[in-house]
Write a protein that binds this ligand. Sequence first.
Ligand SMILES: Nc1ncnc2c1ncn2[C@@H]1O[C@H](COP(=O)(O)OP(=O)(O)OP(=O)(O)O)[C@@H](O)[C@H]1O
Ligand SMILES: O=C(O)C1=C[C@@H](O)[C@@H](O)[C@H](O)C1
Ligand SMILES: [Mg+2]
Length: 160
Amino acid sequence: MGVGKSTVGELVAERLGCAYRDTDGDIVAEQGRTIADIFVDEGEPAFRAIEKQAVHRALAGYDGVLALGGGAILDADTRALLAGQPVVYLSMDVEEAVKRTGLNTARPLLAVNPRRQWRELMDARRHLYTEVATAVVATDGRTPEEVAQAVLDALELKEA
Ligand SMILES: Nc1ncnc2c1ncn2[C@@H]1O[C@H](COP(=O)(O)OP(=O)(O)OP(=O)(O)O)[C@@H](O)[C@H]1O
Ligand SMILES: O=C(O)C1=C[C@@H](O)[C@@H](O)[C@H](O)C1
Ligand SMILES: [Mg+2]
C-alpha cells in the first residue's frame, strides 16, 4: 500500500505507449463508493470477492500495465492467473511506507496504527508477493521516474 503502484504504473505505461489500469479504480467506479466504504459496509471478505472478480475481468485479454490492489495476491486463483505474466513487486521499508501513506484514512487496513499494521501485513504477505513476482524493484530513495526505469530494466523492456 502506498508503494507507488499507481504513480509508477502510469509512468511505465506512458513510456511503453500502452494502456494503464488499476483494479482499485475499477472497483470504485463499478461500486460507486470508496474502498474504505466497502470495507465498513460489508467487511474485508466481501471486498476480497469483489476484488477477485475485478482482477479476473481486468486481466482477460488485456495488454498493458495493470496495478493490483495490495491484497489481491491473497487469493490463490488470482495468484494462479498471474503465473506466466510479467509481475513486478515494488518494495519499500516500513519508514518509507509510513511517510508515503501518512495517516490517510483511504487505506482501511492501515487506519489505526499504520507502522504496526504495515509490519504485520508485510510479515503475512511478503512470501506471496515474492511468489508471484518475476521481478522485485526496491523503491526506497528512488524517485518515481527512477523506479519506472528500474521496472523497464528488470523486465528488459524498451521505451516506445
Ligand atoms: N518513489 C517514490 N518516492 C517518493 N514518493 C512516492 C514514490 N512513489 C510514490 N510516491 C508517493 O507515495 C504516495 C502513494 O503513491 P501511489 O498512490 O502511487 O501508491 P499506490 O501503491 O498506488 O497506493 P495504493 O496502495 O493506495 O493503491 C503518493 O503520495 C505518491 O506521490
Ligand atoms: O493491501 C490491501 O489489502 C489493500 C490495498 C489497497 O490497494 C486496497 O485494495 C485496499 O485498501 C486493501
Ligand atoms: Mg494505487
